[in-house]
Design a protein. Structure first.
Length: 94
């Protein structure tokens, strides 16, 4: 019997130089300008990918602009393969 993690159809490549174990995920298609300004100012690296933007801070990463289950799954699987151990989702509804 094969292991569950070996059954995936997509095996994402890890993000180079990613070292954050904690990811905070803001599923916003258009984050506010003050939020983006603060992230750009405080992050030491910004990674723009097909699924959103990742801002690397000292001890965590912030994921934004990743809307919908398919993109979220792609992004979060990539981050887990890269070393993320904890994902905090800050969502909105209504």
């Amino acid at each position: 019997m094969s292991r569950l993690h070996e059954q995936g159809l997509v095996k994402p490549e890890p993000i180079k130089d990613f070292s954050a174990e904690r990811v905070i995920y803001f599923p916003l298609d258009a984050p506010s300008r003050p939020l983006i300004h603060t992230l750009k100012k405080t992050s030491h690296k910004e990674i723009t990918s097909m699924f959103g933007s990742i801002y690397l801070l000292k001890d965590k990463a912030i994921l934004t602009q990743c809307i919908g289950a398919p993109l979220a799954a792609l992004a979060l699987e990539t981050l887990v393969v890269s070393g993320a151990k904890e994902i905090i989702i800050i969502g909105f509804c209504g």
